[in-house]
Design a protein around this ligand. Sequence first.
Ligand SMILES: [Zn+2]
Length: 433
Amino acid sequence: MYQLIKNGQVLIDGQLQKRDIAIDATGQITAIEPTITAVPTDPETIYDAHGHFVSAGLIDGHVHFRDPGFTTKETLKTGSAAVAHGGFTSVIAMPNLKPVPDNLLDFKTLVARNQAETSVHTYQFAPITNELTEQTIVDMSAFKAAGAAGFTNDGHGVQTAQTMYQAMQMAAQINMPIVAHVEDESLVNGGVIHDGQAAKKLGVLGIASVSESAQVARDIELARATGVHYHICHISTKETVNLVRRAKQDGLNVTCEVTPHHLLLDDSAITSDNAMLKMNPPLRTLADRQALWAGLMDGTIDIIATDHAPHTTEEKQQALLKAPFGIVGSETAFSLLYTHLVANGPFSLAQLTSWLTTNPAHVFNLPHAGQLAVGQPADLAVFNLTDTTTIDANTFLSKGHNTPFIGEAVQGDTLLTLVAGQIAYQKECVING
Ligand SMILES: [Zn+2]
């Protein structure tokens, strides 16, 4: 089946230019030209993308699909439908599941299920240590052979320097990244939001910035000693930005990610006991948020990842003290980022797409991902950059509706997502014809 995307706007050398895109029966892009006159026989396979932005499929290096173990929050099926709705065609899933896939049999089962049950390319991180909390490091070579995209205990910081040092030595030997959730538990103090003005006003315990940056500082020295590729998840503080900036100046193989919510919100948004604003790391201060924007601007921050973290409505309706940490992010990421960073912000569309396509493909060594090019798989997304829509949880394909962004007016609605030429998401009645 030959497919044609007509009249799209494609980024070429940083500029949007009108292009037609042809896709062959194997799902590969065969031509990207100003006008393609050979038209498919089946009119169903022609998409009119007139005036809309056609991007390489987005890549999210940090999602929680909750399956197995927490399928009331999300499943592989609903999670992948949600990411496709957001224009993502490749994701890397976190291993904080039940059971934690810390033995090869469970891990291989999960990798096979990711292949069989998701509508996007779902890569899988393996744990660093058993149960994500113990000191015993997994057999990294065996997990790499089984398809691990890297090693992470996301949800937990690695608490002892000795364990992290050994894990980094092992990962460096096999050329795999350590993907770190950074959190020194001895400094968390039972906090639920940032240790700042909002915590004081609401009378709840706060999480100090140093609980993140102290562990980053430790790990950067361990990365210096081992030469490992050290990737830091969801950085949130100005101190962390400074540490990463210096590590890069020193030539270390250190990369990091930031989430849309840490870029767009700070703890001044927490004016009531509202668990929709409870995430880990917490929303920090305006100064931290400005440092994150500066980190994107100067290349200190490599990628944007959503940390898509679905929970049930009942769980998130609880008070700040009781509700679980985390918000969903897949379905709102592109539109929120486009609206605030590009349409009303200082960044270009080319910069935004690099943080969501080419950079994550490079950081996590994902071949063929993040490119809209002849000879590559047709992993792509079509976004409407001009019309304004309102973020509405009823349109979410995730089981999770836990986001503070409901009701926001945004541009950048997803119209179509193709994964290897197959429709993974299509907005109703919009684009065929
Ligand atoms: Zn996470």
